[in-house]
Design a protein around this ligand. Structure first.
Ligand code: K7E
Ligand code: CUA
Length: 660
């Protein structure tokens, strides 16, 4: 026991677990009533326990783990390590000494906060945040003219819900150029430029309401792919709104450079998460609601849902042949089961039946298998991507289906033959052997090597560079939805808990080494070795040829009866203009260039009572346009503490009353 964790009464822990589970179960209980024997077997060998019983068993094991200081080991382990209360086992340290750098960048989605967070691994120190779908006061994102326009032209929403950050790839490895991320709320895909760590494009994809799954097409980022999760009429213009049978779910390909929507494919059922094979041919999407219902009972009625395998070259061929319907300017190819494009030798979409509402799909490092976690089934289905092209019976492509535990959601890899799956209901990370799962019977637990308790209810799980062809192992992060009792209470909206787990190269036992509270609400993260990212420390003056302002340029230019252009430099510790005068009612365009040539000296431009505040980094130029409505004197000041005379870094805007 570490000194800050006192032993707890096992019954109390059990009770708490029960309560948590009850709320989870409330959502999955009803389908059971429709199955005769009330079990989870789904016709798979080895799955005969009733769900309730099974859960209790898992719960008890988990509870004992936290009480006795040993995690629930199912086969393989010796029960002596892996405890969250004794994080010292192998002595793996995640400490990064003062002045030292982390080895990896971690890019965290921020969920409905709309932002991304950049976190160093292994220290788990937060390095920066990147506003994407939100506005941000610290940087001025969403307030300067360019960023405001970016948000306005992509729909004008003040928020988004980003879940799946993806790094651009060349030859199956991260090239450090861009990060792409979805907006589940408004059907958008954004791009972050990793030279400057800023959002440089947002595409509002037509015909799609919610883009959930998002990934790049390996190995060379030919497309950014997105899964439309919500089924809506096509087009969604009010006609047929009350006829859910005619709603449809779309899969989209966006060009990674122009960020323009290339084509869409309509399918049956709801699409969820997507990942691609390593050869540029297959995109695999998990899916639920093949029932095409509109309520939870209906959506979870059937025992199977269809995972979709999109044959990208076949879809491209269909588009080229003109086999599509154009909706809102986008070619939409019919990939439903009845479509003529799915009847021949080379269907554009293969439908693969998988147990109950599978949530996620991740393709393993060598590209052989896609791992589809069961969510409501305790199994992970491994789809053989090499067999996909030639098989006519979808069941033939199932290479393995180990039973891993309750509520499997996401899987990650260490590159040494192991898969790690998050178990939402068991609150564990389970490590298992990929090849053993191919050998074992379906539903076997034999491939399981070890289980590590996490606190509580993990969603995504990611190991270092796990999405490349050459994962690095060492560290794994479990993104847990609840942090119950792990941190000082901060009111009812508690942080998530991202836990850092040492996995080494897969030969040693998993070891929990750090808790990291996270503001709502990360869903996923992706890691890149620091050598793969080349972040600039100063902007490039050449990029601003037209707008760059020198000290001589500073001044006020009247551009119309009611408009002025104010140009002003910033440097330590003065603005290029000590004051400037405009007329009441003027539309003021204020352009500022930070003429500092050194890194780290940022200036802020704040104008009281005008809702203006933005940052200008070295060699950067930013512009804001506003109306000077109220006559008076306004002290413009610098918001970044830039020098000893930072407080004195001021200018005055004088707004003269309009005449008459
Ligand atoms: Cu939360 Cu990837 Cu959107 Cu699973 S998703 S947990
Ligand atoms: Cu410039 Cu403070």
């Amino acid at each position: 026991m570490s000194k800050n964790e006192t032993p707890r009464d096992p019954n109390e822990v059990l009770e708490e677990y029960e309560e948590t589970l009850d709320s989870v179960l409330a959502e999955v209980e009803s389908p059971d009533e429709t199955t005769e024997d009330n079990d989870l077997s789904l016709g798979l060998p080895g799955l005969s326990l009733g769900r309730r019983d099974f859960m209790k068993a898992g719960v008890a094991a988990g509870a004992m783990g936290s009480v006795a200081g040993c995690s629930a080991l199912t086969g393989g382990g010796d029960g002596s390590a892996g405890s969250q209360s004794t994080p010292s086992g192998s002595g793996a340290s995640h400490t990064v000494e003062p002045g030292e750098h982390d080895e990896y960048y971690g890019f965290w989605s921020g969920g409905h906060s709309g932002e991304l967070r950049v976190i160093g691994i292994p220290s788990m120190r937060e390095l920066t945040r990147i506003p994407v779908f939100n506005t941000d006061c610290a940087s001025g994102y969403g307030f300067t003219d360019d960023t405001k326009e970016l948000l306005e032209e992509s729909g004008g929403y003040s928020w988004g819900d980003n879940h799946h950050p993806n790094l651009s790839e060349t030859d199956g490895d991260y090239d450090g150029e861009y990060l792409y991320v979805n907006d589940k709320a408004n059907g958008r895909i954004a791009r972050v430029n990793l030279t400057y760590f800023e959002t440089d494009a947002i595409t509002d994809v037509p015909n799609m309401q919610a883009i959930h799954g998002c990934c790049v097409l390996s190995p060379d980022t030919k497309y950014v792919l997105g899964n439309g999760e919500f089924r809506v009429p096509l087009p969604n213009d009010g006609t047929d709104a009350k006829n859910p049978d005619n709603y449809t779910s779309l899969f989209v390909a966006v060009d990674p450079e122009s960020m323009e929507t290339q084509w869409q494919v309509k399918v049956d059922g709801n699409l969820d998460i997507v990942d691609t094979g390593k050869e540029g041919r297959w995109a695999i999407s998990s899916a639920y609601n093949s029932e095409e219902a509109t309520d939870i009972q209906g959506m979870t009625k059937d025992d199977r849902d269809n995972v979709k395998a999109f044959d990208i070259p076949a879809i491209e061929q269909a588009v080229e042949n003109g086999n599509y319907e154009e909706v809102n300017g986008i070619p939409v190819v019919d990939g439903t089961q009845e479509s003529s494009l799915n009847q021949g030798d080379r269907p554009i979409v293969k439908y693969i039946p998988t147990p109950k509402s599978p949530h996620c799909v991740e393709v393993g490092p060598n590209g052989d298998y896609a791992f589809v976690a069961g969510k409501l089934s305790p199994t992970v289905t491994m789809i053989d991507l090499n067999a996909l092209a030639d098989s006519s019976d979808p069941e033939d492509v199932v290479a393995g289906r180990p039973r891993v535990g309750l509520g499997p959601l996401h899987t990650t890899f260490d590159g040494n033959g192991h898969a790690y799956t998050s178990l939402f209901i068991d609150s564990q990370a389970v490590k298992w052997d990929i090849e053993a799962a191919v050998e074992a019977e379906e539903g076997s637990e034999d491939p399981i090597i070890e289980k590590q308790d996490v606190h509580y209810n993990p969603g995504h799980i990611q190991a270092l560079e796990a999405m490349t062809t050459d994962p690095d192992g060492e560290w794994l992060v479990s993104l847990n939805k609840l942090s119950k009792d792990r941190f000082l209470p901060v009111g009812p909206i508690m942080p998530d808990n991202d836990q850092l787990i040492h996995i080494g190269q897969g030969e040693e036992e998993m070891e929990l080494v750090a808790d990291h509270p996270a503001y709502p609400e990360p869903h996923d993260c992706v890691f890149a070795h620091k050598d793969k990212i080349d972040a600039k420390k100063v902007y490039d003056k050449d990029d601003y040829e037209e707008t760059y302002i020198t000290e001589e340029d500073s001044g006020v230019e009247r551009t119309g009866d009611n408009s002025v252009h104010v140009k002003m430099t910033t440097k330590r510790s003065e603005f290029g203009l000590p004051d400037f005068t405009v007329q009441e009612g003027d539309e003021v365009k204020l352009s500022t260039t930070n003429i500092e040539g050194v890194q780290d000296i940022i200036h802020g431009v704040a104008i009281p009572e005008h809702d203006i505040n933005y940052a200008v980094a070295p060699q950067d130029t930013r512009e804001v346009t506003f109306t000077a409505d109220d006559p008076g004197v306004y002290w413009i000041y610098c918001t970044y503490f830039c020098s000893a005379l930072h407080l004195e870094m001021r200018s005055r805007m004088i707004v003269e009353p309009a005449e008459g």
